[in-house]
Design a protein around this ligand. Sequence first.
Ligand SMILES: O=C(O)CCC(=O)C(=O)O
Length: 254
Amino acid sequence: MQFCEDQVDFFRTEGWLAVEGFWSEREVAAMRIELERLKTEGKLRNIATEGDGKTYSTTKVNLQLCPMWPHSELFKAMPFAPKVVAAIEALIGAPALLHLDQVFLKPGKQGMGTNWHQDNAYFQIPDPLKGTALWTAVHDATLANGTLNVIPRAFVEPLPHERDGFSDHHIRCWPDETKAIPVEIKAGGAIFFCYGTPHATGANTTETERAGVALHFIHTDQSGVARSGFEPEKRPSLIADAATWDAQVARVLA
Ligand SMILES: O=C(O)CCC(=O)C(=O)O
């Protein structure tokens, strides 16, 4: 999938970009099967706390696995699908590196949102447009099940962050929420948002789960200064590998 100039301009001006149908139905089906396996094997853990950042919640659930790649050949191959490489290079420039991979899964009714933050509060790269998340909607992401909200054009200003009391490790900020855009997107859609864009997700008030797989990428020239993610010397180069991705999708669906 090649982005047109308008899409790239939109990303660089607004700090985010939504693309419906980025992944095929087959690919989404494979992701769901693989997430089910990881859940059944107990690989996802509840990071929701009671407000003190320490005591785990017994009523609210925010399931996370970070990183995913040691546990899943499918998710290990996903960042190198040729359309991902083309999209990332169009948005942040080439050469690029995989920085981090993770999943956020909110079970029906109990699923808790992730509070406002800028990824760059963690990663600290000098140019927030040279890093981007690719957030994949594994299920239809709606207002009711806690889709992603973004604040457009806010990526240039780093906001003060504090420990988020409702997570065992996250930090959060308090942007002007009147400017927030809730981005509803169908399963298989992708939302790209640069490292400076404030974003948050809501609670899942529906009966069914919703998952988002978040892959983070940086331009190679930011790698020496970027914090966290893969160790700097182990950040995989973004080289397209159609054969491995196609084979993994076929294997999981078989
Ligand atoms: O899906 C979510 O709940 C949170 C996503 C997020 O905050 C991120 O990808 O940085």
